[in-house]
Design a protein around this ligand. Structure first.
Ligand code: PEP
Ligand code: MN
Length: 347
């Protein structure tokens, strides 16, 4: 850390700043001979609140050096293994994850899972515990839905992903799924992030509606700090003044995230737009922007879906999207946009 001191400070005042830092348990070295004297502080400064430095008499401002998300920023440049040979991220072909917003019944899920498999998508999604804005809406079949998901995996060979909203649900879900989903509403649930950080399963972390890119990366850091390095980031649209779409899909976040971390980044055009007529074009754009995959809601009878009916596409449309993804990814296969993340934190 670097402390910039007030202009014109005398030697004894600078020495007082240095002693104060040493009293906090850190080494300090002053550099004089310029308008603003500066002091270098060494040691693990994260162990004390930064105001203890900024409030020392004579300190004008504090400059933090080094990454703010060390794990997220330095994670290895390698794809994440999900299950059954499916991998996500660097070096792996972009994949499509698809399935219903909510698991509605065993029959419905198994039929949809077959359609997902036939479309060429590589993973099955399905909500068991549904975060609904209105408490009167369908909130999912819970553990039963997870059991159906596990059956669908046996039937199709597709690895499965489902959302958890609490530590209790997490403990149940770990028995049935291949990947855990932390939804937009829980991206700020730090207890839950720490808990999934202690799991072995990969975690699909969705960006909250109002989260900045930095907020999302810091949420990922919580998970990685727990020991789980298998984090997949997901852009799913943010809230803006626009009401034509359900959310505003921020595809610039894909490029930004890919330049900041080696973690895989996928896009959810379903929640990102809320409109079935926009899903295919946004899917194409996401892959062209460098996304490692897509997560899409599909329903055999979209109009009858018990949740998010407006954004559910048909299996036929899904098949077209999977083919688009292959074509677009093929175009850029030898010309990856991102190979070396830059630093998130300004030095
Ligand atoms: C979902 O994937 O079904 C979901 C609720 O997504 P989000 O958390 O992005 O709203
Ligand atoms: Mn949904």
């Amino acid at each position: 850390m670097i402390l910039v001191l007030n202009k014109g400070l005398g030697e004894s005042e600078i020495a007082e700043v240095v002693s104060e830092i040493e009293r906090l348990g850190f080494a300090a070295q002053s550099v004089l001979g310029q308008a603003n004297p500066i002091v270098f502080v060494t040691g693990d400064v994260k162990t004390v609140p930064s105001h203890l430095f900024s409030q020392i008499t004579g300190v004008e401002k504090l400059l933090k050096v080094g990454p703010s998300c060390p794990r997220v920023e330095s994670v290895a440049n390698a794809p994440i293994k999900i299950a059954n040979g499916v991998t996500l991220g660097y070096g792996a072909k972009p994949i499509v994850i698809a399935g219903p917003c909510s698991v509605e019944s065993q029959e419905m899920l198994l039929e949809t899972a077959t359609c997902v498999k036939v479309s060429g998508a590589k993973m099955l999604r399905g909500g068991a515990y549904k975060p609904r804005t209105s408490p009167y809406d369908f909130r999912g079949l819970g553990k039963l839905a997870l059991q159906y998901m596990a059956q669908a995996r046996i039937q199709t060979g597709l690895p499965v992903v489902s959302e958890v909203m609490s530590i209790e649900q997490l403990e149940i879900a770990c028995e049935y799924v291949d990947m855990l989903q932390i939804g937009a509403r829980n991206m700020y649930n730090y207890e839950l992030l720490s808990a999934v950080g202690k799991c072995k399963l990969p975690v699909l972390l969705k960006r909250a509606m109002s989260a900045t890119i930095s907020d999302l990366l810091q949420a990922a850091e919580y998970i990685m700090l727990g020991g789980n390095e298998k984090v997949i980031l997901c852009e799913r649209g943010i809230r803006t003044f626009e009401t034509y779409t359900r959310n505003t899909l921020d595809l610039s976040a894909v490029a930004a995230l890919k330049s900041l971390t080696n973690l895989p980044v996928i896009v959810d055009p379903s929640h990102g737009t809320g409109r079935k007529d926009l899903i295919r074009s946004m899917s194409r754009a996401a892959i062209a922007a460098g996304a490692d995959g897509l997560i899409i809601e599909v329903h055999r009878q979209p109009a009858k879906a018990m949740s998010d009916a407006n954004q559910a596409i048909t299996p036929d449309e899904l098949t077209k999207i999977v083919s688009d993804v292959e074509k677009i990814a093929g175009l850029f296969a030898d010309d990856a946009l991102f190979s070396k993340p830059c630093q998130l934190s300004p030095v």
